[in-house]
Design a protein around this ligand. Structure first.
Ligand code: NAD
Ligand code: GLY
Length: 360
């Protein structure tokens, strides 16, 4: 097992990464303050892993809340089910919530923990690649609004993140690829050697080679933890983690939540960001081709359906959280491993890039 900390002074917490960790009660117990534990999961993950996790929590009074499965349920309405469950179980401020699932369960549980009785503790037990490399680390929590992705939420750091790589055995191939989209992101933002490693090792990741998966998860978490430690609440450098996300969030909202997987939308968004960076003259065609080739090698899409017009993209991107003083800011590339936040791009070129990645 590998362990390292997300370094945030009094809000620092450990990330544990390894196989069969659900069966290790001694890893969770130190991060549970009271006697009451509520595991939040969904209808897909609970039948697979809830009993295993509960077996590690026999020292506590443990209950569970099971949500329906899907991005379309990441809403205030379904968040209310968590509050209902917590109040029905008479949970106090010393309850610890445990998120057992992918990014949807993690974001919702985290936001419930941030807001229930003005804030209680929670632990992330992510079960998708995407959640293990990204959403479980860094304390962004929240739900979607019909007018924009992740628009209602809070920063609320977990007490610990337990990444059991054994649970990935039941993840389907499409979800595996979607998670790899966020892995590629770290290489592009600031870790060119990792991008090169991914170019060499993508077939191993898709074949679920254990050593390769653990390496990619660990390196991704290290990259994310380093950025979060410098800028917990996204006043600066953390925005880089949104490479591809402004376009990607527009795709998710525009196509209808749940139709495109988050990672699939981010994959196309990253290709558009790379293309715009080239049109700006910041990177060359070879770099764009490398992004496209790696995205395709991960079996991710590189185009959006034609039904999503350039005008619709612009409408949806206008509510992006990186808009400042009415001006959209994008994460663009100055090289492989060198991302920048910029409002200094030409809107016509941006629209040309979006158009280029729409199916004809
Ligand atoms: P998800 O939570 O919908 O999980 C994907 C699917 O896999 C679901 O059907 C789920 O039930 C299933 N599943 C989960 N674990 C499984 C397992 N071990 N075996 C079999 N099936 C399993 O999607 P996701 O890709 O994990 O997360 C996407 C969400 O994460 C989006 O809402 C996105 O906005 C959010 N996100 C948040 C952050 C953050 O910093 N908070 C970062 C990135 C993404
Ligand atoms: N997933 C983007 C962030 O955590 O900031």
């Amino acid at each position: 097992m590998k362990t390292f900390d997300v370094d945030l002074d009094e809000r620092s917490y450990p990330i544990f990464i390894g196989g069969e960790l659900l069966a290790r009660p001694e890893l969770l117990a130190p991060y549970i303050i009271g006697q009451q534990v509520v595991v939040v999961s969904n209808e897909t993950v609970a039948p697979l892993y809830l009993e295993q996790l509960k077996a590690s929590l026999t020292a506590f009074n443990c209950e569970s809340i099971i949500l329906p499965d899907g991005e379309q349920y990441k809403t205030l309405e379904y968040l209310n089910r968590i509050y209902d469950g917590l109040l029905t179980a008479r949970c106090g401020r010393d309850v610890t919530l445990i998120a057992l699932g992918g990014g949807v369960v993690g974001d919702m549980t985290g936001f419930a923990a941030a807001s229930y009785q003005r804030g209680v503790n929670f632990i992330q037990v992510p079960t998708t690649v995407l959640a293990q490399v990204d959403s479980s680390v860094g304390g962004k929590t929240g739900v979607n609004h019909p007018l924009g992705k992740n628009m209602i939420g809070a920063f609320h750091q977990p007490q610990a993140v337990l990444i059991d790589t054994s649970v990935l055995a039941t993840l389907d191939d499409r979800q595996l690829s979607a998670g790899i989209a966020e892995v590629i992101k770290y290489g592009l933002i600031s870790d060119e050697p990792f991008f090169c490693w991914l170019e060499e090792n993508m077939p191993r990741l898709l074949a679920r080679d254990d050593e390769a998966l653990v390496y990619a998860i660990e390196r991704s978490c290290h990259n994310k933890a380093a950025i979060v430690a410098q800028d917990e609440k996204e006043n600066g450098i953390r925005a880089l983690l949104n490479l591809g996300h402004t376009f990607g969030h527009a795709i998710e909202a525009g196509m209808g939540y749940g139709k495109w997987l988050h990672g699939e939308a981010i994959a196309v968004g990253t290709c558009i960001a790379a293309d715009l960076s080239r049109r700006q003259g910041w990177i060359d065609e070879v770099a764009v081709a490398r992004v496209m080739t790696l995205t395709k090698a991960a079996l991710l899409p590189t185009q959006v359906p034609a039904e999503l017009s350039v005008a619709k993209f612009n409408e949806l991107m206008a509510v992006d959280k990186k808009v400042k003083a009415g001006k959209l800011r994008l994460i663009l590339l100055k090289g492989i491993g060198e991302a920048v936040v910029s409002a200094d791009f030409d809107s016509d070129l941006m629209n040309a890039s979006i158009e280029a990645y729409r199916e004809s």
